[in-house]
Structure formats: C-alpha cells, structure tokens
Design a protein around this ligand. Structure first.
Ligand code: ZN
Ligand code: ZN
Length: 329
C-alpha cells in the first residue's frame, strides 16, 4: 500500500534525500564556514547569482567560501526572514534547498533597507482603467497529460478568484490563446526565455511582470490538484503555485513574510491558498480595493507574524515609556 504523506516540513530533508534533483548536493555544505574550500560550492554561488544575491562581478568560479558568498548568505537570510548569521546553518540550508519560484528575489543592498511590500523595478502594473478585465488561456501545445483539462481549469479559476476578491480586476478564461492577456503553459528544460526549467523540484514555475502575461510551469513536476489522489511525496500543489505566480503577473515581487503567498518557496505537499495582509496590501497599492472587500473580515490568525512582531515591538515601546514616566513622577 502506498503511504499517504502529509505536510510535515520537518521531514522535508528526508524527502529530498530520496529524490535526485538539482539542489540535493547543497546538503554537504551544512555548517561549512567562511574560508573553507569545498568541492561544488561554486554551484551555490551560481544559485545566489541566479536569485539576485550575488552580482556577476562579485562572483568567481572557485569552490572557496569567500566574503562575497557570506554577504550573499546574509542578505538571503534577511530577505527570507531567517536568523541572520551569515552561516550555512541547517535552517538556511533547508530553505535554500526548498523548491521555489524561479523569479529572482529583490534583496536589500543594506540590511537596514529591508522593505515589506515589494514590486518589480519601475512598479509596473496593467495600465488599464479600473475596474479592468484580464483574460487568460492555456497553451494548446504546452500542456501535460497527467492533469485533466477540467481539473486544471477549475484550479486556475479558483486561483484567479483569490486575487479578484481583493482588487477591482475580473479574470476571464478565453478560448483564443493568441489574444489572451495571460498565457499559461507547461514547459520542460530550456524553452526559449533564458530561464530553463530544471526537472523535479528545484524551480517550480515562473511568471513575468506586467504586462507580459507569460506564466510558465515546469512540466517535470508532479502537479497535484488533490493530495488525496496524488500520493507522491514530491507532489506540488498546483493551486498554491498558480496563486503565487498570478501575484507576479499582477506586479508583485517576493516578500519576506513567510506565511504570505508571495514568499518564494513552497515545500512538496504544502498548500498555501489564502492571501495574507502582506499580499493584499501589496496588490491593492497597485490596483485599489475591490469594493466588496473588507479587511475587518480578517480574523486574528490571518494577521501575519510580522504584523504581530510590529505590534509587539510597539507594545514594548509603550510599556518602557510608561515605566519611565512612572519612575520620573
Ligand atoms: Zn515567485
Ligand atoms: Zn519560461
């Protein structure tokens, strides 16, 4: 009998050990320190270069853990909301090895410049009058046989619906792929846009900023519409990835808020279907609010941990201020 796997991020490294994929070998860099020479660390430099943390001019092809790599790790940790140690500790390495979106992150130059809401350079959005309608269609020639068209259409309808509920934008599926604003397809390896897919796990999908509309998914993944029927331990939730990539198509870049859908990584068998306040504020800054949307409908648990931290810090400042006032009086 095939075991039913449940989401458990703790056993994620074990899952990865059972499958060969691009970033498996990073495991051997656990606790490697600056100044060390470790075979293959140049691949980690390439990873950080690809995702926006190591500029080409700061990168060499040696396997030496140099100061530039340490700096890249530090900025990565800050961007991904990890403890900033500059070291390849297990939490950091586990995040590096997690399957993720192929769109590069926008790390801060300096840690003090960290921002919560992130957009693409120039803050592009679909420049149409509001309320607007965007059409989407599936590539007739770039589809995968493991998914039924009916299931896929339903998944995407729901995924677009999450965004349509918060902004004055309507998404309509179109029959004419050539004329659709958003073009969705599954591709393998090098598919002509300079962002080759890498097989199982690693990069899952990517999408382009407005008004490109290109939305590409890695055909090599085990895409799941329902984890009850798709038992593979490397299955990836199609709806969660679709929601994330639609965020890019609308103009959002990656966030540091781990619970938000615009966080760059997603573990196998993990679902992330609800927009968080960070996602909503980000997209509403571009398009305004859907008149039917109401922030008050959000429960306490929907408030992201960063909001909670902000609140805690504010409370502590108030408490210290009160204490000083009492002592002074
Ligand atoms: Zn992304
Ligand atoms: Zn592509």
């Amino acid at each position: 009998m095939t075991p039913i796997y449940t989401v458990n991020p703790k056993n994620f490294t074990t899952i990865l050990k059972n499958h060969r994929y691009n970033w498996n070998e990073f495991e051997k860099f656990r606790d490697v320190t600056k100044g060390s020479f470790v075979d293959g660390i140049s691949q980690l430099k390439k990873y950080f270069n690809h995702f926006g943390y190591l500029m080409a001019e700061d990168m060499d092809s040696t396997d030496i853990f140099d100061a530039n790599l340490e700096n890249a790790i530090t900025r990565y940790q800050a961007k991904l909301g990890l403890p900033v140690t500059g070291k390849l500790d297990s939490g950091t390495l586990s995040e590096i090895m997690s399957p993720r979106c192929g769109v590069p992150d926008k790390p801060p130059e300096k840690l003090s410049d960290m921002q919560r809401l992130e957009y693409f350079t120039g803050r592009p959005r679909w420049a149409r009058s509001i309320p607007m309608t965007l059409t989407y269609a599936f590539s007739p020639s770039n589809f995968i046989t493991s998914l039924s068209m009916q299931d896929t259409r339903e998944v995407f309808k729901r995924a677009f619906g999450h965004w349509a509920a918060v902004i004055p934008v309507t998404f309509l599926e179109a029959n004419d792929y050539g004329f659709a604003d958003i073009k969705i397809g599954f591709y393998s390896g090098d598919h002509g846009d300079g962002e080759a897919f890498d097989g199982v796990l690693g990069v899952l999908a990517h999408a382009f900023s407005p008004e490109s509309g290109r939305f590409h998914l890695d055909a090599a993944e085990t895409w799941a519409v329902d984890f009850k029927t798709e038992k593979s331990e490397v299955a990836v939730d199609l709806e969660s990835v679709a929601i994330h990539e639609i965020g890019h198509l609308l103009g959002l870049a990656h966030t540091s808020v781990k619970e938000a859908v615009m966080y760059p990584s997603l573990k196998p068998r993990q679902k992330k279907l609800d927009l968080k306040i960070d996602d909503i504020k980000g997209v509403q800054a571009l398009y305004g609010s859907n008149p039917n949307f109401n922030f008050q409908a959000f429960s306490e648990s929907d408030i992201s941990s960063n909001d909670a931290v902000d609140f805690r810090i504010r409370s502590e400042i108030c408490f210290i201020f009160l204490l000083v006032l009492i002592l002074w009086l």
